[in-house]
Design a protein around this ligand. Sequence first.
Ligand SMILES: Nc1nc2c(c(=O)[nH]1)N[C@H]1C(S)=C(S)[C@@H](COP(=O)(O)O)O[C@H]1N2
Ligand SMILES: [Mo]
Length: 434
Amino acid sequence: MVDQQPLDERDYDRARLRQWRAGLATDARLTRRDVARLAAGLSLGAGAAAFAGGRPPAASAAERPAAPEAQAGPILKPLPPELFTVFGTNAEMRWEAMTGAGHLVPVDRFFVRNHTRTPVVDAETWRLRLFGTGLRGSPTAEAPVEFGYADLRRLPAESVTAFLECAGNGRSFFGGQQGQSVSGTAWGLGAVGVARWRGVRLGTVLRRAGLTRAAVDVQPEGLDPDFVSGGVNLGPVRRPLPVVKALDDVLLAYEMNGRPLPPDHGFPVRLVVPSWIGIASVKWVGRIEVSASPLFSPWNTQFYRLFGPDYPAGGELIDRQVVKSAFELPWNASLPAGRTHVLRGRSWSGNGRIRHVEVSTDGGMTWQRACALGRGEAAGWQRWEFPWRPGAPGAYTVRARATDVTGATQPAQTSYNTLGYLFGAVVAHPVTVV
Ligand SMILES: Nc1nc2c(c(=O)[nH]1)N[C@H]1C(S)=C(S)[C@@H](COP(=O)(O)O)O[C@H]1N2
Ligand SMILES: [Mo]
């Protein structure tokens, strides 16, 4: 079996960058010109263009679901305006929709992030296909090791309560609070949700498929339509994971909150990669490449890296989420003067449990501890409350600042990065007292 070494994510990325430069990446499909065009389109600069991914042969048309005739939009579930704010193919949860809700986010209000559109996949004919040089006998994409839906459901099942959060959650505050312009979906804080996921460990499936000691990277690939960006077809959504993480706590999930996965959240099977940025949790997974050489895709070379003056040329890979907090309040909530309100919210971190949360109602001058509600879960979130009796009517801002088990806390500012990822700074939430 593969040796379990602790994963140092920085070392991993540095090693991959060296390997890429030394020409060790597999089968680059994008031409240098494509990559340069793409980088120019995203204004990522030369560093990014020098480090971009290739991909294995695309899935055959027969493996990809046909577009349904009368699909209304990119997301299939209803998106009522009291629960969601819609941005093109994506929908963000309104935080006030969580007022008084339990630990889990119900599916009817769970955010959706689609690069293209939700495909309708038939579980009866669906197959998970594994191939690559990291499996015994190096099965090819044309003759892979296969599992059906029923095969996966017969394997030992496990459940985990974990948040799923887009790396760009909070992106609009780069502009709104820091006056910086970044590209990407202008999410508030609602591109996050906690669910109870059930499925089979990815490690179990990899071992059954013949994982060898030589395997280094595992790349799941979605069955949704190819993603086209800047006029370049980047192929199916996919992002490599180091084998060490794949064997640690990753699930091939087929249930969400006790029911089969809904179509928008990856039916029939998706990855759930706890504590990591949402893109790692590939939905509608159809194929998994297991490779003895490093894998690259645009999702770990062009996107989901931090580019900017504070970061190395070529950018810095991101995996783990940062510490964040949100109030279960409408943006610009109205609160009557002269009585006590209980402000409620939630905090979470990719590093583990939340240790404590502080709240400020005076513009960040003074801070007081919020009261924890229940015990937070390491990969989920911590609920909390804070009684507040506002004074005179007028405009206020409320702020929450969490600290996690590692001592990491929310800063006053987040380092600028061109693609607007990992906004972890304290958010000034406007409230009007009437
Ligand atoms: N196949 C596929 N997987 C995907 C995506 C996608 O567009 N296609 N989006 C990713 C991103 S960026 C995020 S944040 C999460 C969102 O998961 P959700 O839509 O279930 O909330 O799915 C990830 N997995
Ligand atoms: Mo995302």
